[in-house]
Design a binder for this molecule. Structure first.
Ligand SMILES: Cc1cc2nc3c(=O)[nH]c(=O)nc-3n(C[C@H](O)[C@H](O)[C@H](O)COP(=O)(O)O)c2cc1C
Length: 177
C-alpha cells in the first residue's frame, strides 16, 4: 500500500476543501491511501513515513502562508539536514482570493522546498490541463476563491484538484509499487 500524505494550511476552509478533493483523487487509485494533516499538527514522521507528499496553503502576499513557512523551517529543515526524502513523490496546491493573486509563486515556493528535499515532483501534463478546461498549472493546482464560501469552489476547479491527486497516486504506485 502506497501512502500519500496531504499536508495543508487553511484558515477559512478553501484550501482544506482542495485538500479533501485531492484526497478523493488519490483514493481512486488502487493500492493507495491518503491522509490529511494540518501543517500545525505535522511532525517529522508525517513527512518521512509516506511515499507521496502533497503540500498546500493559501497564497498570502504572493507567497506561502506563515504557517506553511514555519512548518518548512521547523519540520522540513531538519529532514533536509539529514539527507532529505529522495524518492518521495510530491506536488503542491494553493488558493488565492483574486484571479491571478500570484498563486504561482506560492506553488513554486513549495515546489522548490520539495526539490531541496530531493523529492520526485509530478507535473500535470498538457492532456490533463486540456481535459480540465485549461485549469491547473503544469506544476500544480491553484484555485480562485474570491469571497465565495469554501463549498462554492467551482466544480471545474475541484475536478483538476481531484485529477492532481489521482496523478500523484499513479506515479507513486509506479515508483513504489
Ligand atoms: C494575510 C493574507 C494575505 C493574502 N494575500 C493574498 C494574495 O497575495 N493574493 C490573493 O489573491 N489573495 C490573497 N489573500 C486571500 C487568500 O489567499 C484567500 O482568501 C484564500 O483562498 C484563503 O484560503 P483558506 O480559505 O484556505 O484560508 C490573502 C489573505 C490573507 C489573510
Amino acid at each position: 500500500m502506497a501512502t500519500i500524505h496531504i499536508l495543508y494550511h487553511s484558515v477559512k476552509g478553501h484550501t482544506e476543501r482542495m485538500a479533501e478533493t485531492i484526497a478523493e483523487g488519490v483514493q481512486t487509485v488502487g493500492g493507495c491511501s491518503s491522509r490529511l494533516i494540518r501543517v500545525e499538527d505535522a511532525m517529522r514522521q508525517h513527512v518521512t513515513g509516506c511515499q507521496g507528499l502533497i503540500l498546500g496553503c493559501p497564497t498570502y502576499m504572493g507567497n506561502v502562508s506563515a504557517s506553511m513557512k514555519t512548518f518548512m523551517d521547523t519540520v522540513l529543515s531538519p529532514i533536509w539536514l539529514d539527507g532529505g526524502i529522495p524518492g518521495t513523490v510530491g506536488s503542491a496546491f494553493t488558493s488565492s482570493g483574486t484571479l491571478h493573486g500570484d498563486k504561482e509563486f506560492a506553488l513554486l515556493a513549495m515546489l522548490v522546498t520539495m526539490f531541496q528535499l530531493g523529492m520526485t515532483l509530478v507535473s500535470l501534463p498538457p492532456t490533463i490541463i486540456r481535459e480540465n478546461q485549461h485549469l491547473g498549472y503544469s506544476h500544480g493546482v491553484g484555485v480562485t476563491t474570491m469571497n465565495r464560501q469554501p463549498g462554492m469552489i467551482s466544480t471545474e476547479e475541484l475536478a483538476v484538484a481531484r485529477r492532481l491527486g489521482k496523478r500523484v497516486a499513479e506515479v507513486t504506485r509506479q515508483i513504489h509499487g
